[in-house]
Structure formats: structure tokens, C-alpha cells
Design a protein around this ligand. Structure first.
Ligand SMILES: [Zn+2]
Length: 232
């Protein structure tokens, strides 16, 4: 019981011996400003955008992604969580994740009613990138992610990414079941890779992607020569 009182009482940070009277509760006048000050953190949390669930299909790790700064960005603590979550699942090596990549993943999920993000691959250690045949992969710089969204057709996600975010690389992997996105390019790039899960790249020769005819995407410039730095 004394332990319980110790946890509940005002001296929760202190420990007092059995038999001694607990420390007196400090008398703090309850004023309206004091009540507002107490409610402030809760109110701020409510003002923040809702979290989005992430699950890594290779490590089975989970993460709630949520902008948590007043400017709508991600705090250093959240970016560290993301770095850990998107670590190389072959080597467990960690690398800082680009903030714009985090923004794109979150924004895309929110666009689809907060659909859960399934990550296939995030950061990739250099030796793994080499083994997979692409030593210059953007995955080795923490600027790329392979993912899909729960309940969202890949084609829809692919087209949304291409028309929404400039200066990105978007790869469509219909047989492996994911979309690749990377950031930090001077020109947007797009490719289709018909390889299956874990296979080496097998690029489709045709552009634009198969499927129903769509309006052109005028704000994006396709640069076929710029599609080498990726490997799915
Ligand atoms: Zn990729």
C-alpha cells in the first residue's frame, strides 16, 4: 500500500521509508490559466495530423509515422525511429532517412485515407546494393523506399506519386508487388521492372506503363538515361 501511495502521491519521484508520514502535497491554486496550461499539450496533440501505420514485411517491425512538429514536419526523435525502422534488413545497418522521403510516404498514405504502409525495402547497405547489381542504388543513401499501401492498387499509387511529387524516381514493379520512390533527383524518372520478388531487374521497354490510356503528366520529365540508379 505504501508503494501504491508512493506512486500516486505528489512525491512520486521520491521514496520515503515505511512509518514516516508522506510528504505534504504542495498547494497549487487551480486557476483557469493553470487548467489551460495543463490542457495545452493534449490540445496540441489533437491538432497534429493523424498517425499512419507502417509495417516492414521483411523485419515485421511496426512504426506509427506522424508529423510531430508545428510546421508539419518530423521531429529528430521521429526521424531516428524511422531510421531504425527502415534499416537494411540484410545487415541491420542504419542510415539517416531523407526527410522528404518521410514526407512523401506519409502524404501518400494520407491521400488514401490513411492506408497502412507496407515497406519491402528502405535503406540498403552498400555491399548489399553491390550484390544486387546496382552499386549506385539510391537505397544506399537513405533516399529510397519500396512499398505498397494496403488496399490501394499499385497502378493508382504509381500514378499518384508521379503526378504529385516532382524530382522523384518512381519505379513500378507489378510482379514483385510494390512501387519504388526516391527523392533528390534533378529530373523525375520513371521505369517499369517486370522482375519478381528477389529477382534481378528486368526492365520493360515500353513507356508509358501499360493500362488504360491516361492524360499525359506534363510536370514530369521522363529521362530514360537516368533510370539506372535503382535496383528495385
Ligand atoms: Zn527500390
Amino acid at each position: 500500500m505504501i508503494m501504491l501511495l508512493g506512486l500516486l502521491g505528489p512525491g512520486a519521484t521520491g521514496v520515503w521509508a515505511a512509518g514516516r508520514p508522506p510528504p505534504r502535497r504542495a498547494r497549487v491554486p487551480v486557476t483557469v490559466p493553470a487548467l489551460l496550461a495543463r490542457a495545452q499539450p493534449l490540445r496540441d496533440r489533437r491538432l497534429l495530423p493523424p498517425p499512419v501505420q507502417m509495417e516492414h514485411v521483411n523485419t515485421h517491425a511496426r512504426l506509427l509515422l506522424r508529423p510531430d512538429t508545428r510546421q508539419g514536419g518530423f521531429s529528430a526523435a521521429q526521424m531516428r525511429q524511422l531510421m531504425n525502422f527502415l534499416r537494411c534488413h540484410h545487415t541491420q545497418k542504419r542510415w539517416p532517412i531523407d526527410a522528404r522521403l518521410a514526407h512523401i510516404l506519409y502524404t501518400a498514405a494520407r491521400h488514401y485515407q490513411g492506408a497502412k504502409i507496407y515497406v519491402i525495402s528502405g535503406y540498403r547497405a552498400p555491399q548489399v546494393a553491390r550484390e544486387k547489381g546496382n552499386p549506385n542504388s539510391p537505397h544506399r543513401r537513405g533516399v529510397a523506399c519500396d512499398f505498397r499501401l494496403e488496399g490501394v492498387p499499385l497502378e493508382s499509387l504509381r500514378d499518384y506519386l508521379r503526378r504529385t511529387f516532382p524530382y522523384t524516381g518512381v519505379g513500378y514493379y507489378p510482379n514483385a508487388g510494390f512501387v519504388h520512390v526516391d527523392v533528390g533527383r534533378r529530373h523525375s524518372a520513371y521505369w517499369v521492372d517486370l522482375s519478381g520478388p528477389g529477382e534481378r531487374a528486368r526492365y520493360a521497354a515500353t513507356q508509358p506503363p501499360p493500362g488504360p490510356q491516361r492524360d499525359p503528366l506534363p510536370q514530369l520529365e521522363e529521362v530514360p538515361t537516368d533510370r539506372s540508379p535503382h535496383d528495385g
